[in-house]
Design a protein around this ligand. Structure first.
Ligand code: NAD
Ligand code: UD1
Length: 337
């Protein structure tokens, strides 16, 4: 299939492009490079032998996006482009709504105009909010979101559902990711956020390479096996493969499906520290601090629907995730420059 990948130079997008290319799909990337680098295209070429066609374009620029639709004749869209920092979204809510909602609406309108009926959208386990008990099942619906970023994901889900009700030709798969971590085994693509990381795995990576001196563990008094927060970490290459399965599923079905993408297993912060110590062969200094406001104790997926509908099952474990995260940060301590 000829697939438009928005946000395709970003962390999850780049890994997905690699998996799509390796399955013989053609990818065209649209990204404004707000949170990624054009260098990623060279890295994709190094891994796959193919440098995908790239447009440095903002999806909020509808006319520019229309030209791209006109020139290309896409069969499908995988939509990653968006802003994703939870804390920042609380401070800059309007930027988040403008980017994640207006940008997405432009894209969906052009899909309709150019009769591109297959869509995979990046949603998040954050839409379950704090309303349900893990394992989280898709049928629980959406809980109360606790920040504008999460609300933009819930709103996109609703927009796609309504679009699908009105347009019976639409075939959309909404993937609710749990906690993507790790990197491609080559160490050529991966994630190193700008500034001080907010999320656990990139923070640990920065401690390991000596950019930060210790990890703060946000609370050890949760009702979990060791008191620290439990999450469902998924290797980004597994997650990328879920997108290949989803877009291939969309090619042959109609309607809108919401599907969790997680392993179904929860690991605590201390489990992750231990696994990362094993991967890098040294001790990771940490300090227990207060809980982070808004955090929940436990969040992991029920992954059955992905297996039943997409035939998708994760293959990589926590050791693979830490090994590949470590390999990437050693090779790219300042990210992909
Ligand atoms: P990322 O920031 O690495 O990738 C997003 C890409 O979109 C970046 O390359 C950025 O430059 C681009 N972009 C942003 N706004 C744009 C715009 N208006 N026009 C064109 N390009 C634009 O993030 P990621 O981790 O790869 O996440 C991809 C998607 O998955 C996002 O929608 C994110 O919200 C969602 N998601 C991520 C996680 C996670 O933990 N990483 C979890 C759940 C959902
Ligand atoms: C984050 C996002 C959430 C998104 C999810 C999946 C935030 C606030 N939330 O949540 O919207 O859906 O990823 O990608 O960014 N921790 C520490 N010390 C740290 C960092 C984290 O102890 O320095 C702990 C947290 O308390 C949590 C676990 O590690 O228990 C994982 O945290 P993080 O990586 O930020 O992911 P989520 O909280 O699941």
């Amino acid at each position: 299939m000829k697939i438009l990948v928005t946000g395709g130079t970003g962390y999850i997008g780049s890994h997905t492009v690699v998996e799509l290319l390796s399955k013989g799909h053609e990818c065209v990337i649209v990204d404004n490079l707000y949170n990624s680098s054009e260098k990623v295209l060279d890295r994709i070429k190094e891994i796959t032998g193919i440098r995908p066609l790239f447009y440095r374009t903002d999806i909020r620029d509808k006319e520019a996006l229309r030209e791209i639709f006109k020139e290309n004749g896409f069969e499908a869209v995988i939509h990653f482009a968006g802003l994703k920092a939870v804390g920042e979204s609380v401070v800059k809510p309007l930027e988040y709504y403008e980017n994640n909602i207006s940008g997405s609406l432009n894209l969906y309108e052009l899909m309709k105009e150019y009769k591109v009926n297959k869509l995979v959208f990046s949603s998040s386990a954050t839409v379950y909010g704090d309303s349900f008990k893990s394992p989280l099942k898709e049928e629980y619906g959406r809980g109360r979101t606790t920040n504008p970023y999460g609300t933009t994901k819930a709103m996109n889900e609703m927009i796609i559902e309504d679009y699908g009700k009105a347009d019976k030709d639409l075939s959309a798969v909404i993937l609710r990711y749990f906690n993507p971590v790790g990197a491609h085994k080559s160490g050529l693509i991966g994630e190193r956020p700008n500034g001080i990381p907010n999320n656990l795995m990139p923070y640990i990576s920065d401690v390991v390479v000596g950019k930060l001196d210790h990890l703060n563990v946000f609370g050890n008094d949760y009702d979990t096996k060791d008191g620290t927060g439990v999450r469902d970490y998924i290797h980004v290459v597994d997650l990328a493969k879920a997108h290949v399965a989803a877009i291939e599923y969309a090619d042959g079905h109609k309607g809108v499906e919401i599907i969790n993408v997680g392993t179904g297993t929860g690991y605590s912060v201390l489990d992750i520290i231990k696994a990362y110590e094993k991967a890098c062969g040294r001790e990771i200094p940490y300090v227990i601090t207060d809980r982070r406001p808004g955090d929940i104790a436990t969040c992991f997926a029920d992954p059955k629907k992905a297996e039943e509908l997409l035939g998708f099952k994760t293959e990589m474990d926590i050791e693979d995730m830490c090994r590949d995260a470590y390999n990437f940060i050693c090779k790219n301590p300042n990210g992909i420059e």
